[in-house]
Design a binder for this molecule. Structure first.
Ligand code: KE4
Length: 430
């Protein structure tokens, strides 16, 4: 059994000071049971908690740590930057470098604005789409998460597609009325929703590969179909690549699938572990953003020098070392193969979805192609699996509806250790 005394004491103290004892809900382990571990440090593929426990980790801080922990180029960049003072609130050379890199790497981006989180990026992109089109409604997909902006905290109503209902107290009915929610991969339902809301829809926002219901891939033709519908109806197509950007390829999902959105939102990897988000796209749309245009958006620490130094150091490595993605594909394929062999060995037919270094093991035998099918997973058994993997020294995401991320710090030997832990944990819970 893991020793958790220090984490327990810290969690008890934290709960009196911070809502739920954490600064982001998923960290509280509510979906899997047990108390969260407080992490002290990390190096390469390993996390070390306050009780000295060591874990191979497959969370990558929910995506950013694509190159593992302790990347020297990023560390040196941050040290260089901090000696010049952390922040000026004025434009800097590094922001121009960052914008040049993003425009060079992400195929559809001609102009980009830096913000401080994925949520800020998606909130801003929606406001821009609404301001640019003069229309109010947006379409999102059930099970896709775009941060905690009011427009996105909307549950799907009953039926194929309907007015959303607030998914959180504090979100107004008015806001919910402007968000239409449709099942992922259901192109006919998108078409139906557009026809039911003629000339009212400003944008469709989608995770081109979903990470937030577990890993779910777009059906063949789905993204292309969204592009066609947006062209036909003058709707702004927004790819939320906060998770897939720079992970699935240096040009993200849009490069992998060859479908170009009008706007792209970015986060996570873009900051190399520091708080950074961005939104960008066609110059014709982006030029409407203040102060170039009338659509307001601002931020005290947007383009922060420390974060820009870290982000540029991250993106330069991804841009200049394409073998990073070959390594991620090979190691992730090895892990998937091992997981499939383990399931076969124990006579389980659970579903595994994977693309590049995004993997999900769903505790259901159904194909998982949308939120309804993802929710057929046995989340109670997943919770026991999560805790069994921790006991076996592997830290996976504390929710069935999250994705595992492989970093370049994981080599073949460590991948074998992950597969061995998976087999032990499956034997313990199945
Ligand atoms: P942030 O505001 O958390 O930086 O980004 C929001 C966001 C936007 N779009 C996508 C596709 C995202 O995955 C996210 C955030 N992802 C979650 C993990 N599923 C962050 C973890 C957390 O909430 O603590």
């Amino acid at each position: 059994m893991l020793v958790k005394e220090q984490s327990k004491a810290l969690f008890n103290a934290a709960k009196n000071l911070i809502p739920g004892g954490v600064n982001s809900p998923v960290r509280a382990f509510k979906a899997v049971g047990g108390d969260p571990l407080f992490i002290k440090s990390a190096q390469g593929p390993y996390l070390y908690d306050e009780d000295g426990n060591k874990f191979i980790e497959l969370i990558n801080s929910w995506g950013p740590m694509l190159l593992g922990h302790g990347n020297i180029a990023i560390e040196n960049a941050v040290i260089e930057a901090i000696k010049k003072s952390p922040s000026f609130g004025a434009p800097t050379r590094k922001e121009v470098e960052m914008a040049e890199l993003i425009v060079a790497m992400v195929p559809s981006i001609e102009m980009v604005r830096m913000v401080n989180s994925g949520t800020e990026a998606t909130m801003s992109a929606i406001r821009l789409a609404r301001g640019y089109t003069g229309l109010d409604k947006i379409i999102k997909f059930e099970g896709c998460y775009h941060g905690h902006g009011d427009s996105f905290l909307i549950a799907a109503g009953s039926g194929v597609a309907t007015m959303g209902t607030p998914d959180s107290p504090g979100v107004t009915k008015g806001t919910a009325n402007d968000t239409l929610t449709v099942a992922y991969n259901d192109l006919p339902a998108v078409e139906h929703t557009i026809s039911e809301n003629k000339d009212k829809i400003a944008a469709i926002i989608v995770e081109p590969v979903v990470g937030n219901m577990g890993c779910v891939l777009p059906a063949s033709g789905f993204l292309e179909g969204l592009r066609t519908l947006c062209d036909q109806h003058g709707i702004v197509l927004i790819f939320d690549e906060v998770m897939t950007g720079f992970r699935l390829s240096k040009g993200g999902a849009q490069e992998v699938f060859g479908v170009m959105p009008d706007l792209t939102t970015l986060g996570k990897i873009i900051g190399g572990g520091l708080p950074v988000g961005a939104y960008g796209g066609r110059k014709e749309i982006m030029s409407h953003v203040s102060p170039a245009g009338p659509i307001y958006q601002a931020g005290t620490l947007s383009g922060n020098p420390i974060a820009m130094h870290a982000g540029v150091a991250m993106l330069r490595q991804l841009s200049e070392q394409p073998d990073i993605y070959t390594h991620l594909e090979n190691i992730s394929a090895q892990i998937e193969k091992g997981f499939r062999a383990n399931l076969k060995a124990i006579g389980q037919h659970y579903t595994i979805n994977r693309i590049g270094s995004m993997i999900s093991l769903f505790f259901t035998e159904n194909e998982v192609s949308d939120f309804a099918s993802a929710k057929t997973s046995d989340t109670e058994r997943f919770g026991r699996y999560f805790n069994a993997m921790m006991e076996c020294g592997v830290y996976v995401a504390p929710s069935q509806f999250e994705t595992l991320f492989v970093s370049t710090a994981i080599d073949e030997k460590i991948a074998d250790e992950i597969v061995a832990a998976n087999r032990k944990a499956l034997d313990m819970v199945c």
